[in-house]
Design a protein around this ligand. Structure first.
Ligand code: ADP
Length: 468
């Protein structure tokens, strides 16, 4: 099967969160299964200097129309790990960040229009697999393609939807405002990219079974997106849990950590990595109490104030907390972190330090209010770091509380329990000081987080689509 994954980000080139992990690791899994897999994504400014090989791989060049404007696009190609990566070079993406600009809906309209043109010029894909709001308009555009192409939309985060105006249908996409007036792409008083994708893709899925159920049963959250899926696309919607890139995330071979380790050497390994990160951050190298961590977008979704709630209790349990994060709540978080000497905040995106912190930590905090799948809890468990999570989405499918006996691999609490996270923190500290975490560490490290099952589930999903 010839598959094109369309995305705003992918490792190793550009990543802001779990989507970047998903594309690269799933792409590699498909290639290993013998599929012909390509990825297409924007060329962001920093990639030009960081990955000079991209600029040597000129592949195509074309113009396309967005209403009265003519937009030029260059395409570069690099082959890596069995995946063909295509990068669209356009002026709107010559910026340092991936997202977060006032004109993001227009930028990604441009990207989608470029990908649509690219597909019509190289019209041999069997499946076009879109991801999140940035690419969600593509299935509708592809419905005009003379060659039938199967389309799938994966929702990695329904909170981000892409809000535009009625007129943008014509201005950006050369489409009739009838799509808005009929309600097809309209949500409230806006033209909603994610809704357009949900209405037009052949199949839709999200990234865990629990989150799929949450969406179908919650008709008010995410602007009513769950209701739209339930009422309009219930039978084409499913949940497939993400796998992890077990080549990149392996404490035995990880080049970014100070000491490699496996299950038999996890204690020594963690001690050495703890010392290394404390030294690097200028903290007390001899500290040997429990180390808690979070590596996250500092946004409301991630339960930032729940993390803050444990700060006053670190000293009494002789524990420390290191957080690597950026996002809209970073100022608030920093103001709190400054108050406590056992808290250290690294306010930047730092992939290498993240590896070291996963390896050094004893516990990983992920008290999200919603979490479609989550990657960090899977990485943590593979590194012998026990996750502390709310019982939502993919966290509910992958983390089992200490009270669950043989399958226990972390700590969970009810999402609507105001003190749940703090209680889990106390339970974790007590178990640490009672030397009781070894079994859970073993269950976590032995878990199968690979793409084996889920990559096949996606292929099955592609195969259930009838040729139009
Ligand atoms: P989301 O996609 O909602 O942000 P996930 O848990 O699925 O959450 O994925 C987050 C990924 O991004 C993980 O691989 C995590 O290690 C990484 N990450 C998040 N913030 C940072 C940061 N500031 N520095 C390094 N890595 C980060």
């Amino acid at each position: 099967m010839k598959i094109l994954l369309v995305t705003g980000e992918s490792l190793p080139y550009a990543k802001s969160g779990g989507l970047g992990d998903f594309i690269y690791s799933y792409g590699k899994a498909l290639a290993k299964l013998g599929e012909d897999v390509s990825v297409i994504m924007p060329l962001y400014l920093p990639m030009r200097s960081k990955f000079p090989e991209i600029m040597e791989g000129f592949y195509d060049q074309f113009d396309f129309k967005m209403s009265w404007r003519t937009q030029g696009c260059g395409v570069f190609m690099v082959e890596r790990d069995g995946i063909k990566f295509y990068f669209t070079a356009m002026d709107r993406f010559d910026r340092d960040q991936l997202y977060g600009y006032g004109d993001d809906t227009e930028r990604f309209a441009c990207f989608v229009m470029a990908v649509n043109t690219f597909i019509t010029r190289h019209n041999d894909y069997d499946v076009v697999h879109c991801n999140d709001w940035q690419t969600a308009m593509l299935p509708l555009l592809l419905s005009y393609n003379p060659k039938p192409i199967k389309t799938v939309l994966t929702i990695h985060n329904p909170a981000y939807q892409g809000w535009a105006t009625r007129d943008d249908l014509g201005t950006f996409f050369n489409l009739s405002t009838g799509y808005y007036d009929s309600g097809f792409v309209r949500l409230g008083d806006s033209f909603n990219y994610l809704k357009a994708g949900i209405m037009s893709a052949d199949k839709i899925n999200t990234v865990s079974v629990t989150h799929a159920q949450e969406l179908l049963s919650d008709h008010t959250g995410f602007g009513g997106m769950g209701a739209i899926i339930d009422w309009c696309r219930h039978y084409d919607f499913s949940g497939i849990v993400n796998g992890l890139d077990t080549d990149i995330w392996d404490p035995k071979t990880d080049k970014h950590i100070a000491a490699n380790y496996d299950l038999s050497t996890v204690k020594e390994g963690k001690r050495a990595n703890k010392r290394a990160i404390f030294k690097q951050l200028g903290m007390d190298e001899d500290f040997d109490g429990p180390l808690f961590s979070a590596i996250t977008r500092l946004s409301a979704q991630k339960g930032v104030e729940r993390i803050i709630s444990i700060m006053p209790h670190l000293e009494e349990k002789n524990a420390k907390l290191i957080v690597i994060g950026t996002g809209e709540m970073e100022e608030q978080f920093q103001a709190e972190a400054f108050k406590y000497k056992n808290v250290y905040l690294v306010k930047r995106y730092d992939e290498e330090l993240a590896h070291l912190l996963y390896a050094a930590s004893d516990f990983f905090l992920m008290p999200s209010y919603f979490e479609p799948c989550g990657t960090s809890q899977l990485i943590s468990m593979r590194y012998g770091t026990l996750p502390i999570v709310s019982n939502v989405g993919g966290l509910n499918d992958t983390v089992f509380d200490v009270t669950k006996g043989d399958i226990a691999n972390g700590f969970t609490f009810y999402n609507n329990d105001y003190f749940g996270c703090l209680n889990a923190y106390f339970r974790a500290c007590d178990l640490y000081w009672a030397h009781g975490i070894d079994h859970m560490q073993e269950v976590g490290m032995k878990g199968d987080y690979s793409w084996k099952k889920s990559a096949k589930a996606y292929l099955d999903l592609y195969n259930t689509i009838d040729w139009k």
